[in-house]
Design a protein around this ligand. Sequence first.
Ligand code: GDP
Length: 295
Amino acid sequence: MFDNLSEKLDKALHVLKGHGQITEINVAETTKEVRRALLDADVNFKIAKEFTNTVKEKALGQNVLTSLQPGQLMVKIVKDELTQLMGGESEGISLAGDPAVILMSGLQGSGKTTFSGKLANFLKSKKTKNPLLVACDVYRPAAIDQLHVVGEQIGVPVYSDKDNKDPVSLAKAGIDYARKNGHNVVIIDTAGRLAVDQQMMTEIANIRDAIKPQETLFVVDSMTGQDAVNTAKAFNEVLDFDGVVLTKLDGDTRGGAALSIKSVVDKPIKFIGTGEKMDAIDVFYPSRMADRILG
Ligand code: GDP
C-alpha cells in the first residue's frame, strides 16, 4: 500500500538523519522533497503546499523544545500531520435506530456492492446485529443478482423486487421488510453510473430524503486519485454524506485519494476495502495509516 509514497518520504526524511541540528536550510530541503513525494502520490497541489508549510513551521518551532534528533523530530511531525490530514481520530458509523439504515452511494465500479456485503458481514460478526441487504439498482438486473450472490456467500438475506422500478419505493419496502422480519440494520445498495450525472444524483438524493438513513456512505475507488476526490466533492454537494469508504487499497494505489479526501470534503474516511473477499474490510484509523506510510 502506498509503496512509492513511503519510499519517497523515507528518502526525504533521510536528509535530516545525518544532521546534528535542524536549520532553515535542511528543513527547506526536506520539506521540498516531502512536497514532491505528496505530489507524486497525486495529492492536490494546494493540500501538499499547506502540508509542507505546516511541517516546516513546526520543525523550526519545536526544534528548541525537544530532545529528539532532527531526523526523529521530522518523522514525528510528518506522521502527526499525515494523521491530521486523514482526519485525526477514527470515526465509526451510527447504528442508532431500529432498524438502523445505511445508504450506499458512489459510481458504478467503485465497489459499492462488494462493500455492502463486506459491511453486512462485518456487522453480522458483532452478534447483536442482524443485517438485511436491499438491492435498489433498478437499471441493471445483473447488479441485483450480484447482491444476491454476495448475500448468499455471507449468509445475509437480500431484499429485491425486479418488478419495482421505483428506487424510493423499493428502499421503503426493504425497510418495511426488515422491520417485519427482525433485521436491526438495513444496508441499501443503490445504482451508480460510470460518471457523475444529474439523474443519478437526483435519484440518490430522493432516496435519502425519503428514508432518512442514519448513515449515508460514499464509496470510492482509491485507484482513481484526484478523480476520486472530485467525485467525492460532487456527491457531497448533493448528499452531504456522513463518511467515505475507500476501496481497492490493496491495489497499486498512489495514496492521493486517502490523503486528500478529508480536507476537500471535510468528511471522515470510515472504512477501507483491501481486497475482493468479504473479509477484506477495515475500520479506518488515520494514525495507523500514517504509521504504515512512514513504515
Ligand atoms: P459497484 O458497481 O460499485 O457495485 O462495484 P462492485 O462491488 O461490483 O466492484 C467492482 C469491482 O471491484 C469488482 O470486481 C470487485 O470485486 C472489485 N472490488 C471491490 N472492492 C475491492 C477492493 O477493496 N479491492 C479489490 N482489489 N477489488 C475490489
